[in-house]
Design a protein around this ligand. Structure first.
Ligand code: CP
Ligand code: NVA
Length: 302
């Protein structure tokens, strides 16, 4: 069988995603019980990072270790990738040595090119356009707190960025409605909006958008790689902030998520993460369990 990769949520079917989510919930219970489960003994995960990370690095590294395997952290600063070795050559070489590879990088075309040249499964650990691993964790977290997300309304507040794009794909795969609350000029990719117009709509006013939300989600105003735009974005996004008062406008059972890192006083109010409706610490923990389920599945289907 040809390699399976996980570059966007559309690489898996809705039933595969459902299965992965349930498996992540099972693996979480096993880990909390202290059960040792090492199906990936002797397997090596290559981890390429061209951008910073706390959660993604630690969850993948801890995850492969808990499954019995090992990880190699490869920063572009210290490898030949950072000195211009072609991505195709790097993929050919690394995939002869590692059993599975994850990449965090800039252009989405970089992970696509890497995957095309890899002998082993490749996981997108964030590009400028998508962050599918975070959505595995987010969907698991919603399921654990509120049950099925099918038919519910999710409201995305802020930039039409990589996380927002993955939420659009998730709306399709998990069958929910998505309201994107972004300022003009910061819309998600037009082709994604166009392909999903049956379930995704843009509402410019945050208070209006928040109505009926079962889940509110936001992210930083300036993503990695946009540091020089920070000041300009602070002006444009100043009204796009989630606070307990905004949560009060939503559905009575609404919960709040943020992929983190969070900037208090910008996309969230200073007190938002202390609100009982915020489930961000469970969400962060679930990166570990979701990615263990993902690695187990990708290596088992080889
Ligand atoms: N949410 C997330 O991907 O966090 P890191 O940037 O810390 O990996
Ligand atoms: N949109 C953010 C997500 C960080 C996990 C970024 O790309 O920096």
């Amino acid at each position: 069988m040809a390699n399976r990769h996980f570059l966007t949520l559309l690489d898996f079917t809705p039933s595969e995603l459902e299965m992965l989510m349930n498996r992540a919930i099972e693996l979480k219970a096993m880990q909390h019980r202290g059960e040792i489960y090492e199906p990936l003994k002797n397997k090596v995960l290559g981890m390429i990072f061209e951008k910073s990370s706390t959660r993604t690095r630690v969850s993948f590294e801890a995850g492969i270790a808990q499954l019995g395997g090992q990880a190699i952290f490869l920063s572009s600063r210290d490898t030949q990738l950072g000195r211009g070795e072609p991505i195709e050559d790097s993929a050919k070489v690394l995939s002869r040595m590692c059993d599975i590879i994850m990449i965090r990088t800039f252009g989405h075309d970089i992970v696509e090119t890497f995957a095309e040249n890899s002998r082993v499964p490749v996981i997108n650990a964030l590009t400028d356009d998508y962050h599918p691993c975070q959505l595995l964790a987010d969907m698991q977290t919603y399921q654990e707190h509120r049950g099925s997300i099918q038919g519910k309304t999710v409201v995305w507040v802020g930039d039409g960025n990589n996380m927002c794009h993955s939420y659009i794909n998730a709306a399709r795969q998990w069958d929910f409605k998505l309201v994107v609350n972004c300022p003009e000029g910061f819309d998600p990719l037009p082709e994604l909006l166009n392909d999903n117009k049956d379930r995704v709509r843009i509402v410019r006013d945050t208070k209006e958008a928040a109505k009926d939300a079962h889940l509110l989600v936001t992210d930083v105003w300036a993503s990695m790689g946009q540091e020089e735009e920070q000041k300009a974005r602070e002006k444009v996004f100043k009204d796009y902030q989630v606070s307990p008062a905004i949560m009060d406008l939503a559905h009575k059972d609404a919960i709040f998520m943020h992929c983190l890192p969070a900037h208090r006083g910008e996309e969230i109010s200073h007190d938002m993460l202390d609100d009982p409706r915020a489930v961000v610490w469970d969400e962060a923990e679930n990166r570990l369990h979701a990615q263990k389920a993902l690695m187990e599945y990708l290596l088992a289907s080889e």
